[in-house]
Design a protein around this ligand. Structure first.
Ligand code: ADP
Length: 592
């Protein structure tokens, strides 16, 4: 801030001192010369006066010696040294020296010589041999009536006296100069301040802008061009602020986008350190972002496959793509893409690593292929049986009425199973392709249960199984009535199927503020604990023989689970071998 002001002040002062010194030097010289001239003039005038006195004496007395007396008189009126010299150069009289006879021949003195040579005036500056002082001499001729030169009058004044006067002049000029210097310094200080202040303000604004303080503005208090410069800086600041806001918004948008991407994104710098990482990537690595940022990819990825393709991308500077298996923190299959991009510094290479979790896709693909395999396998059993029995009959067994009847009954049973199987497969695929329209209505679960009880009544009676509906609350849910009945029928039918004769099947209905609960429990054979989470899989049977004998397809619970989840419900199972099984369905209750 002070710098410009000091610089301006220093430059002004230096200029002033240089010019001032010139002015003082030359004016002193001029005034000195002028004063010297004046002194000389004065001395000449005095000598003229003395000379006129002498000339009068010469007119009256016509005697050069009388001049001495006259000189003694004149001495009273002037301070200057008066010397009278005759034509031989001999000093007749000297007002400062008593014994003039000891003064030598003066004819060779410059001023005297000039007069003797016919000049009207002679001057000289010289250190006097007699007085040892530097004097200024003025000589003039003394002439008689006829105009003939009779002697020389010389007046002398010590140069020191003249210089004393000059000294006074110099002193006055110095005092004046000093005053002028102080005044100029003051004015320059104020002017410098006036000039420097707005410039410094503009500089400060520019400095703040470079320090990313984009709100900084010039106040507008300046002059001429500086004000224009300030206004331009303000416009620049405004545009910078706008651009920075836009950049910040874009950055925020990109961050939001990256943070909400289901694909794992990470950026690596030239050294392989993680610069950017999104939540999806953190989830794949099973680490927090602060644990990952700044770390080397080798430490962070914990996957040889991924490290290998990253290293390959660095080496080959080419996009790399590979399906990679992760075993930690959970088993995952990811589609990894590693894309080289230019770094901040020229020549530097960064990498963008994109991991797309395809575990679910691969699982579904596997489910689908498994389904096809299982379905073919399941279908082959009744088809093989039908083919085998019909061939055996055709080979001659049909001649035996007893065998014919027995075989035909088996064939009917197998074709019924085939029918059931094909129906269940079609049902599942229709449901998955959303081909069956679902009509949502408020359905009373009690009525639906009772109508299912009617359907399975005969089967239950055959096994002497008691079915109870325990309605703790009046439960109504939002669902498709036929589909709800399908769910209940499957579960109640299973409960009857897998419960020994004389058993009990209970259906309990209750609700809370938020949800309705339907519990279907039996005291049947139960399901082994390690198989509980598999019973909802397609074609999964706990005991293959047992299920097939009971006419099961292994698809019932898959259909149930699919439907329950379609009504935003959940299904859970609890079972103990030999004690029984409980299926619990929960559905959200809608409040109108
Ligand atoms: P299935 O048509 O063979 O009954 P599900 O999908 O309905 O096929 O059932 C899958 C398997 O779960 C059955 O094979 C059976 O072993 C077992 N299971 C289902 N319900 C019960 C139950 N209430 N008690 C014991 N086991 C059951």
């Amino acid at each position: 801030m002070k710098k410009i002001q000091t610089q301006v002040l220093t430059i002004f002062m230096l200029l002033f001192l240089v010019f001032g010194a010139f002015v003082v030097f030359f004016s002193t010289r001029l005034m000195q010369e002028y004063a010297n001239e004046n002194q000389k003039e004065d001395l000449i005038q005095q000598s003229n006066l003395v000379l006129s006195n002498f000339n009068r004496v010469i007119e009256e007395k016509e005697d050069f010696q009388d001049l001495k007396e006259q000189a003694l008189k004149v001495k009273e009126y002037t301070n200057q040294r008066i010397t009278l010299i005759d034509l031989t150069g001999t000093v007749i009289y000297d007002s400062k020296i008593e014994d003039s006879s000891r003064l030598g021949d003066h004819s060779s003195r410059e001023e005297i010589k000039a007069i003797l040579e016919g000049e009207s005036q002679g001057t000289a500056i010289r250190t006097s041999d007699s007085t040892k002082k530097t004097l200024y001499y003025v000589a003039q001729p003394i002439v008689d009536q006829s105009g003939k030169l009779v002697g020389v009058l010389r007046l002398a004044k010590p140069l020191a006296e003249m210089n004393q006067l000059n000294g006074q002049i110099i002193q006055s000029i110095a005092t004046f100069s000093l005053l002028a210097l102080v005044l100029t310094a003051g004015i320059t200080f104020l002017v410098a301040k006036y000039i420097a202040k707005p410039i410094e303000e503009v500089m400060n604004v520019a400095k703040k802008l470079s320090n990313k303080e984009y709100h900084a503005r010039f106040s507008g208090n300046g002059y001429g061009e500086v004000t224009k410069l300030g206004q331009t800086i303000n416009e620049l600041a405004e545009s910078l602020e706008d651009q920075m806001r836009e950049i910040a918004q874009n950055k925020e948008r990109i961050n939001e986008l990256i943070n909400h991407l289901v694909i794992g994104v990470m950026q690596l710098d030239d050294q392989g350190e993680i610069q950017i990482v999104n939540p999806a990537m953190c989830q794949i690595f099973g680490m927090e972002s602060n644990e990952l940022l700044g770390k080397s990819y080798v430490e962070a990825t914990k996957s040889y496959g991924l490290s290998h393709i990253i290293e390959k991308a660095y080496r080959k500077k080419e996009i790399q793509n590979k399906e990679i298996y992760f075993y930690f923190p959970t088993e995952r299959i990811v589609d990894a893409n590693v894309v080289p991009i230019a770094g901040k510094i020229k020549g530097e290479m960064n990498l963008i690593v994109l991991l797309y979790d395809i575990t679910e896709i691969r699982r579904l693909e596997k489910v689908r292929t498994d389904f096809v395999t299982n379905a073919s396998h399941e279908l082959r059993t009744p088809v093989t049986a039908l083919k085998g029995f019909s061939e055996t009959l055709l080979d001659g067994a049909m001649e035996d009425k007893g065998i014919l009847k027995q075989f035909l009954e088996i064939m009917l049973e197998e074709s019924t199973r085939l029918d059931l199987l094909v129906n269940d497969i079609l049902e599942l695929s229709k449901l998955e392709q959303k081909q069956v329209p679902i009509n949502y209505k408020t359905v009373g679960v009690k009525d639906a249960t009772l109508s299912v009880f009617k359907l399975v009544k005969q089967k239950a009676e055959q096994k002497n199984i008691t079915m109870n509906l325990i309605e703790q609350d009046n439960v109504e849910i939002e669902a498709d009535k036929d589909r709800l009945k399908q769910i209940l029928a499957n579960l109640i039918d299973n409960a009857i199927t897998y419960t020994r004769s004389g058993g009990t099947v209970n259906v309990i209905l209750k609700k809370t503020e938020e949800q309705a609960t339907i519990t279907i429990s039996d005291n049947g054979m139960g399901i082994p604990e390690d198989e509980l989470n598999r019973i909802f899989e397609r074609f999964y049977r706990v005991d293959k023989g047992r299920s097939r004998n009971s006419g099961g397809t292994g698809l019932g619970l898959s259909i149930v689970k699919y439907l329950v989840e379609n009504f935003n419900g959940t299904i859970a199972v609890n079972s103990k071998i030999g004690l029984g099984t409980t299926f619990t369905l929960t559905f959200p209750l809608r409040h109108f």
